[in-house]
Design a protein around this ligand. Structure first.
Ligand code: ADP
Ligand code: MG
Length: 246
């Protein structure tokens, strides 16, 4: 399995948020994406799942669509939907059952098992609107568990999540790694990255450094990332068709 970025540029109204990013994510390993606000981290994940179209370059993944799980930033998820915890976790099986196909006993059992794993067995019938943000994040991790994806993309999964939940969910990240899944997560917590993510992509629209976490998260590299971000008050220059900044 491989996840490769080939000279990827993604723009909003032709202003690049991700600019000429190339590299390969370590297969079957956990990589953190680290960088200042506005660095293009969310944009990168969206381009990888096909939610945004690159203006040049591409993300090449050998995984089938059904083998990719994507967790957007909490702020982008509509929690007012009138569905239960169980329904939401069950939707992780759609690629197997089809949206209107039957789920069956096996599916229900997998949902129950996943909810038990994240400590929410008693919450199956609760509307998702009635959960705390930590509980909601547990539900979304349960959904990833039933999906059984080989490539797992997480955008700031522990934002607004309490310490106990973060700890429990990080244990799942560790388990996914042990199972040989590829985990790519946008994170802001330096300690978490060091403890759970052997690889890091440090970006500020462009790649600042990408490789083993201890070689990437150096003071010098972090300073370079912040320096680049300091020039962002104005919008990034328009990216010409040939891919070079104007
Ligand atoms: P990060 O996740 O690293 O904080 P984003 O990928 O969300 O960064 O955003 C990168 C840049 O693109 C920022 O300057 C942001 O303001 C801009 N941006 C993000 N989403 C949009 C959008 N939908 N329309 C226009 N600009 C956007
Ligand atoms: Mg973001």
């Amino acid at each position: 399995m491989s996840v490769v970025l080939e000279n990827l540029t993604v723009s909003y109204q032709r202003h690049p948020a991700v600019h000429h990013v190339s590299g390969e994510f370590a297969d079957g390993e956990a990589t953190a994406i680290f960088g200042p606000n506005g660095a293009g981290k969310s944009t990168l994940l969206k381009a990888m799942v096909g939610a945004l179209r690159p203006d040049s370059g591409r993300a090449v993944m050998s995984h089938r669509r059904a083998d990719i799980a994507y967790l957007p930033q909490q702020s982008e998820i509509d929690r007012s939907l009138p569905i239960t915890v169980e329904d939401l976790v069950l939707s992780g099986l759609w690629h197997r059952s089809g949206a209107f196909g039957g789920v069956g006993r096996d599916g229900r059992m997998r949902v129950a098992e996943a909810l038990a794993t994240v400590g929410l067995s008693e919450f199956a019938r609760r509307p998702i609107a009635a959960l705390s943000s930590g509980q909601f994040q547990r539900v979304l991790f349960a959904r990833i568990l039933v999906q059984d994806a080989r490539l797992i993309l997480l955008d700031e999964p522990f934002n607004a999540v309490d310490a106990k939940t973060t700890y429990d969910l990080l244990a799942l990240v560790r388990r996914w790694r042990a199972e040989g899944r590829t985990v790519i997560a946008v994170l802001h917590d330096y300690e978490q990255v060091h403890a759970y993510f052997p690889y890091t992509l440090l970006m500020a629209r462009e790649v600042v450094a990408w490789g083993k976490t201890e070689t990437v998260l150096t003071d010098a590299n972090l300073r370079r990332a912040v320096e680049r971000a300091a020039h962002w008050q104005d919008r990034a220059p328009v990216c010409r068709v040939d891919g070079e900044a104007a």
